[in-house]
Design a protein around this ligand. Structure first.
Ligand SMILES: NC(=O)c1ccc[n+]([C@@H]2O[C@H](COP(=O)([O-])OP(=O)(O)OC[C@H]3O[C@@H](n4cnc5c(N)ncnc54)[C@H](OP(=O)(O)O)[C@@H]3O)[C@@H](O)[C@H]2O)c1
Length: 313
């Protein structure tokens, strides 16, 4: 049965793939965005309605949620201004409180909440606020489902695509927490997990860890990306003392490509315990199958161009 679904954070990497899939299945999808103009590259597929909304206004949220069958909260940030946890609390915990109360007021029972593997563990503000947001959802009295992914990969991701860009520019990559482990999960599998949970009543009250079958260290991920691009690069693992200094320096770079809080998150390996994809009947996708789609083959045009640019600036 087609559902009316409202998505927060639907203009991002995950959101774009998810709303496309839900719309293709015939669901009526409304995306709430703080600023549509900021996302020209992420034009949403036909059939998806976008409404510019202050998502931190509970009354506005209630109006948008009225008449919906389900709300999906994908909002998340990797970095905040400063390093005191306030930005993470606002985007993860307070926003979730507003979403929960607007759901109740608008009579929406179903809430799908994006979280993160290791939510509530470790020492980073990011993971702590994720855990606190989960506690809000679990105490909501709504029909909730929580998703905890490791790092998500796919075309345009923040992992292989981002390192690919860096590798094209720099012959040497000094890497903090190079031994940190990840079990990357394919965006297609994440989307499928949300889709199945949305339509399957058995997922109510469940937390699904989403992770892939391959476990890599950060250094292995960067080396894999370099190999795929056919680039020879020197990956320099930094001891933690230097990694902390690197993070401190990046804290002051606009856009924070890396931060002290990221460093603290990386102290906890992002590998799973109970396989949520299998629990949902999804066979996880291997990285090797998708990597050429993300970075191209070492001998194809895109990778040759990357090598040309790397050589000639
Ligand atoms: N990508 C991954 O590897 C990964 C791994 C684990 C968990 N996750 C979680 O999955 C969710 C989606 O990830 P993503 O990669 O799609 O992120 P993304 O591309 O950064 O998109 C997140 C969306 O959230 C909204 N947003 C950003 N900052 C916000 C703020 N301060 N307050 C309110 N809304 C804000 C933005 O929408 P508008 O600008 O349109 O409002 C943005 O499009 C996030 O919660 C993320 O933490 C992602």
């Amino acid at each position: 049965m087609p559902l009316r679904v409202c998505v927060l954070g639907g203009t991002g990497f995950v959101g774009h793939a998810l709303v496309k899939r839900l719309a293709a299945e015939g669901h009526s999808v409304t995306v709430l965005s703080r600023n549509i103009a900021l996302h020209p590259e992420r034009l949403l597929p036909p059939g998806v309605m976008v409404r510019e909304t202050n998502v931190y206004d509970p009354d506005g949220l209630q109006i948008q949620f009225t008449g919906m069958d389900a709300v999906i909260n994908l909002v998340g940030i990797l970095n905040e201004r400063g390093d005191n946890g306030r930005g993470f609390r606002r985007a993860h915990v307070e926003l979730t409180q507003f979403v929960v109360s607007a759901c109740r007021q608008a009579g929406v029972r179903r809430l799908l909440q994006m979280s993160s593997l290791n939510a509530g563990r470790g020492r980073s503000h990011y993971l702590k606020s994720r855990g606190d947001a989960e506690a809000v959802v679990k105490a909501s009295g709504l029909h909730w489902t929580i998703f905890e992914p490791s790092v998500i990969y796919g075309i345009g991701d923040g992992l292989f695509t981002r390192f690919g860009q860096l590798l094209r520019l720099a012959p040497l990559i000094p890497l903090a927490r190079a031994d940190a482990k990840f079990a990357p999960v394919f965006i297609g599998d994440v989307v499928e997990a949300f889709r199945r949970a949305l339509v399957g009543p058995r997922s109510v009250g469940e937390v699904y860890e989403l992770y892939g079958p391959d476990v890599f260290t950060l250094a292995e991920i960067v080396r894999m990306a370099a190999r795929q691009l056919g680039l020879r690069r020197w990956i320099l693992p930094l001891p933690d003392a230097l990694g902390r200094l690197q993070a401190l320096a990046f804290d002051h770079v606009p856009g924070k490509p890396f931060s002290s809080d990221n460093f603290r998150s990386l102290l906890t390996d992002s590998v799973g315990g109970i396989d949520g994809l299998h629990r949902l009947g999804i066979e996880p996708t291997r990285v090797a199958k998708i990597l050429p789609d993300i970075l191209g083959h070492a001998d194809d045009k895109q990778a040759r161009y990357a090598r040309f640019r790397a050589r000639h600036g």
